[in-house]
Ligand binder design. Sequence first.
Ligand code: DGL
Length: 270
Amino acid sequence: MAVGVFDSGLGGLTVLGALQTRLPDVPFVYYGDNANTPYGVRDADDIYTLTCAGVERLWAEGCDLVILACNTASAAALRRMQENWVPEGKRVLGVFVPLIEALTERQWGDNSPPREVAVKHVALFATPATVQSRAFQRELAFRAIGVDVEAQPCGGVVDAIEEGDMILAEALVHSHVSALKRRMPRPDAAVLGCTHYPLMEEAFRAALGPDVAVYSQPDLVAASLEDYLNRRPDMLGTGTKSLCLTTGDPIAVGHKATWFLRRKIDFRPA
Ligand code: DGL
């Protein structure tokens, strides 16, 4: 019984950490496509091809269920994968829906018609590809009416994090928040719509100020996966071991991952 966790690089580790805390008995197999990160500046076909390759690798590890812990892949590739590509008996889930369910105060999996919700002005911070896809707005419109979303493509932040240049990443976060605030001066909620951004959560909070509720994905995705597995225990695949795979240099990726998550993480070549 193992569940796969996919990301373009290191960002999905923020989700992996929350999953391991919430579901300590479930083995997770992580796949970071560090050789091809960042996805956020690629076109949708490219993101689809790379994401399918990673998901197939996770299926080969006995993970029938794969979480795309990557908003860019969830936004640009997931629907196409689910419609045309995922075979019977396998599942691929994204990270948008749990976030939007929390934002719109829904129970996990509540598919009732869209309704008025408390939040009215939402700032979305995400990669250029995620913003361009408008997938967040589409999923939100299925669940809520009357919500104004202002999206900020946060170019450069993922590259800086992957390079370990946190000073540059912080400066970029401040500049992206300022740019958004010029268009939406008083958001009531901000969505960190990229799994790399929880690593910069303090910088986002500082730049946004105390009146903005910040929604970050790791804990929300973990709670929603727990609920899903309670309903679909058959989706726990045949894999038995936790392991981290990368298409990049396993030693370098392992060092950065260890530093980010403040615990030893070893990677193997994918
Ligand atoms: N962590 C990813 C996301 O959630 C990917 C970012 C990237 O590769 O550009 O969007």
